[in-house]
Structures are given as C-alpha cells and as structure tokens.
Design a protein around this ligand. Structure first.
Ligand code: OXD
Ligand code: MN
Length: 591
C-alpha cells in the first residue's frame, strides 16, 4: 500500500481521486500497490470485518468464502445504463439516461457515502503491459471484497501506474456499495468520458469494473472508435499431436460453459491433443499486420460459475481453485471446505447453505446459489497458454458462436463467409440462465452474446463487424455450435464437456483445409465421416438428430430472427435481409 499519491505522475489521476474523495467524503484514501504484503494486510482486514471467511488451509490453502447480501447475487441488467448524449447512440438494447441526469442522480447518492469508509484506489492494466492492446483503468471502491477480487482478475498495482506514467488516458471507475439496496443501485457507463459509476451492488459483474463495464461496454465503444473489437469470448489454443496450434475465439452467453470449453481436457481417444486456455470470458481482437485477426485476453483471472464444476466437467478448473481462490455464495462444509450442486459428491451433514444457514437436503432449495462463483488467478490453471503474456496475442483462425438451444440449432454449422457468419452471430439466441437477475430458461436473442455488454447502438455494432471483415485479408472462418439440443424426452443429444473436443477438431481441420463438409440450406455441416467419434458411446441416429436441420423449425427461426431485427431497427446495410431471404429460398428448394 502506498501512503499517498506522491509517486503518481498522472496529474489527471491525482485530481480525479481528490475530486471523488471529496464527493464521497472518504474517511481515508489508500493507494493499492499490488504487493504481497498489501494482500496479506487487506485479507486480514477483510477477515476481521467478516467479509471473508478463511477456509481450511489444509484443504484449500489461501482460499476464502464470501457471502454476499442475498439481494445482490447476479448482474442487474435492468439497473445498468449507457449514458450517451443522444439516446440513439446507446441504441435499442441498452437502458439509457442522459449523462447529466445520471451524474446528478448518482452524485446525490454518493455524497458522503464513504464518510465512515476507506476509499481504495485500485490501478490496473487490462492486457499484458507493453502490448499494443493494453489499457489502464483505475477503480475507486469502498469494498475490500472488490479490491481483493480485482487483485486476482487484473494486473493490479504499481505496474499500472508505471504504464500510465503522466498520461490522463485511463478508465475512471467509481464504485460504492452504499447499503446494497436494489432501490439505490445503478451501474452507469459514460463512454464519451471513459467513465463508469457503479453504486449499490457488490456483485462481481456490477462491481468489478474492469470486467463487464470497462473490458466490454466501454471497450466495445473504444473498439468502434479505434477500429478493433471487444467481445464476450473465450480464447483457446488447440494443439495437434504434430505440434500445430489453432487458436479459436468463442462467444457464448453467460453460464453456457465458456470456462469449461476454454479449459477442456480432450477425451482419451484424442491422444496427443491439448487445449490451452488463453481466456475464458473476454477477448480484445485487432487486425494484425498480416491481415489476420489477433486476440488477447485482457484479464488475469477467472470469475467462473461454481455449480456444475467437477472433476469430470472441468478438471483444470478444479485444480485452478485448489488454492488462492475467493468463493462467493457457495455452500460451506463443516470441515472448512466448499460445496456446490453438481460436485459429484454428497454434501456432508452439517453443510451450511450460501446464506450461512444449516442446509436441509430435502428442502428443495440448492445449497449453493445457482450463480455462485469462484475468483481464481489464471496462473493456477495447468492448461494456461504459454502465449498469455505475448504482446501481440494469438492469431485467431476460427470464431464460434454458441447458445443454449433445446431445438433447431445443429451441433455445428459453418458459415459460408464473414458476412454470413456475422448474420449468425447477430441472430444468436439462448435460454436465459442465473447469471442475470430475471426468469431462467426463456429463449432470448443475444447478438454475439453481447446483448448485456455492447456499449453502443447494436446496429452500428453489426456494421462495425462488417467493417472489420472488409479490412481483413485473412478473416477467421465463423462457426455456430449448440451443445444443448434435446430429444423429445428432454434428454441432451450430445454429451458435451470434453467430448466437445470432437467438434473443435473438425473446426481446426476445416480451417487448416483437412476436413470435408456438406452444404445445407443453412450452411456447411460435417458429413458423418467428417466428425471423429472414435471411442464415443453415441448412436449414429442420435448424432444425426443432434446435427439435423429441420426445415419447419428453421422457417420459424428465420421468422423470429426477422421480427427481432425489425424490432432493433436493423437496416439493409447489414445485408441481414438478404441472408434471411436466401436461407428461406434454399429451404424451399431443399438444397
Ligand atoms: C460473467 C457473466 O460473469 O457473463 O462472466 O455474467
Ligand atoms: Mn461472461
């Protein structure tokens, strides 16, 4: 911890911290330096304040449990605003408030909000420092939980101030927990000012301002202005037995298995194949000097969904969270360990639920909150990519769009070209999950899995994707996947998890010119002989069902997509109307 701002060269930063300290009336201002000593001190303070509960060090060294306010367990999309001078700049998918109104309202709430609290100054870098992708942010927060999570999720501390030097170009994030009351909760983004003000919530996606707020909402706005993309995508490297690595970026809505796919362990039949994790949630993508698309993961840790994580679904995540991890809203076992639904073992007697109450097995209530999380450093991940600190990132050969769909969408589908792939991305749908407050299990359209995260007008965002495509000499190929298709009895048709490797292999083989495909009215799909299903216990009939394209379902799907685009005000410049018409014509012809 630094005891003052004496070593801070940026006048703009010093002035802003002073202004915000005055507004909030902070009792104390502490500049974080990211050191080990500081981590120990802050952790001790968090334990004393009962913000963190130490877990059994013999079972989970360096691990802690945090229980949030029960009304503050997911992203609050209805309270998240993009505050641009014109409403149209925020577009049809964002809540909008005029910047002066938002500042005025929040100033009222923030005035004196830290009178009895410490304001922590948390400088951080997104991306490897020294990379052309790297950007600096500073979060001011009165939450120790936020500071300790930011320390895991970003490159936090002195390195950021060194990179910033005397510049004023940094993301200004102000966060105050207030009393965690949903009626005084707002997450407001001011893209024109590179600023985020978040009040009334301590939940990760609302309060760790580096993540959804800066890296995605403000990031996407900056990407539009500066000619790059900020996306809700994992990045993985797929290494073949001959040592060739193919990098893939994949967009899925929240809680659809991005972390599992990014850390995949290939099945036994895939000897010599390896998956390396570059990122599990966010990708920043730029056109490289070779005319291809290059990506970095701007984060340094994982904020993953705990339920369902086990030694079968994600052994690398299980190893990652063995130490130095903060667990939020999971259940606690009497021996000082953690538990959640889908852990593949029974919860022991005496388990406490996520609220800290004795859990009754027959209560019908889950022990862990469905959106309970782990925050773990990426350096713990045994599958971490060796290129993680590379300043140019990794070259992306394929982009995948995926969703959680019980019907219609086949296991895998390849777009004909970039514009066709952009159409697929823009028309993505998925069933809602517990990652956001609201009803679970309803299909909602979620363009590029960015519906809650695109920081400007989504129609301009589609045009930006087209522009990026036009500017590339060697664009990645675009694919659609659906691991979640069900049969008539509601059983999943595809086993998922590590078996998704089989689909990844086909994708890698396609981009490397080694695998066949057959045309359908909707796009290219693997023939039976193209998917490697050696050692997989799946009948050809179920695989055909998982892969089938039903003309009736697709006609209805295209109608739904068309209605959605009309609601968004999508214009013909996107070419989406032509894509819909040619798909309809192909379905009618039965191509
Ligand atoms: C996340 C989310 O936490 O998408 O990554 O909600
Ligand atoms: Mn996410």
């Amino acid at each position: 911890m630094m005891d003052g701002s004496y070593s801070v060269k940026s006048k703009g930063l010093r002035q802003w911290v002073e202004d915000m300290a005055q507004l909030t009336g902070a009792a104390r201002v502490v500049w974080c330096d990211g050191s080990e000593q500081e981590k120990r001190d802050l952790t001790r303070a968090a334990i004393a304040a009962q913000i963190l509960i130490p877990l059994n060090p013999a079972k989970r060294p360096g691990c802690y449990l945090h229980r949030s306010n029960p009304s503050d367990v997911a992203r609050s999309e209805h309270l998240t605003f993009v505050c641009t001078p014109a409403k149209d700049d925020a577009g049809p998918t964002n809540n909008w408030m005029a910047p002066e109104d938002a500042y005025a309202k929040l100033r009222g709430w923030l005035k004196g909000s830290m009178r009895r609290r410490t304001m922590y100054v948390v400088p951080y870098v997104m991306g490897p420092p020294g990379s052309p992708f790297a950007k600096v942010g500073v979060e001011l927060t009165d939450s120790l939980y936020v500071v300790l999570n930011m320390r895991i999720m970003t490159r936090m501390g002195r390195a950021a101030l060194e990179l910033l030097s005397d510049s004023d170009d940094f993301n200004r994030g102000l966060h105050s927990t207030l009393d965690c009351n949903p009626s005084r909760r707002l997450i407001c983004h001011f893209p024109q000012h590179n600023t985020v003000w978040s009040v009334g919530s301590g939940y990760g996606g609302n309060a760790l301002l580096s993540k959804k707020c800066f890296a995605l909402r403000i990031g996407s706005y900056l990407g539009r202005k500066e000619g790059w993309l900020a996306e809700h995508m994992l990045i993985l490297g797929l290494e073949s037995p001959s040592g060739e690595t193919t990098y893939v970026a994949a967009a899925f809505p929240s809680a659809c298995g991005k972390t599992n796919l990014a850390m995949l362990t290939p099945p036994a039949a895939f000897k010599g194949w390896r998956v390396f994790t570059v990122g599990d949630d966010i990708a920043w993508l730029r056109i490289g000097s070779d005319g291809g698309l290059w990506a970095i993961n701007p984060e340094a840790g994982y904020f993953g969904v705990a339920p369902g994580t086990n030694w079968r679904s994600n052994p690398n995540a299980m190893k990652t969270i063995e130490r130095d991890t903060i667990f939020t809203n999971v259940a606690a076992t009497p021996d000082g360990d953690v538990w959640w639904e889908g852990m593949e073992c029974e919860a022991p007697d005496g388990t406490l639920d996520w609220r800290g109450q004795p859990w009754k097995r027959d209560s019908g209530e889950p022990a862990a909150h469905p959106n309970s999380r782990f925050t773990a450093p990426m350096s713990n991940n045994p599958a971490l990519s060796p290129r993680i600190e590379h300043s140019l990132g990794v070259p992306i050969s394929a982009i995948i769009f995926g969703g959680r769909r019980a019907s219609t969408i086949p296991l895998v589908l390849e777009a004909y070209d970039w514009p066709h792939g952009v159409f697929f991305g823009a028309s993505m749908g998925s069933e809602t999950t517990a990652a956001a407050t609201g009803q679970v299990g309803i299909v909602r359209r979620d363009p590029m899995a960015m519906l809650p995260f695109c920081g400007y007008n989504i129609v301009s965002y589609f045009s930006h994707w087209h522009d990026i495509g036009r500017r590339m000499k060697r664009p990645p190929r675009i694919f659609v996947v659906n691991w979640f298709r069900k049969d008539r009895d509601g059983a999943y048709l595809w086993p998922g998890y590590s078996e998704n490797m089989r689909v990844l292999k086909w994708i890698a083989d396609r981009v490397n010119g080694r695998a066949g495909a057959v045309d359908t009215p909707i796009g290219l799909v693997p023939r039976e002989q193209d998917l490697d299903i050696s050692g997989l216990d799946l009948s050809p009939q179920r695989l055909r069902q998982a892969q089938s394209i039903d003309p009736g379902e697709w006609m209805a799907e295209l109608d739904g997509i068309e209605q959605y685009f009309t609601r968004l005000g999508v214009d013909s410049l996107t070419g989406f109307d032509v894509q819909i018409e040619s798909a309809r014509a192909a379905l009618e012809r039965g191509r």
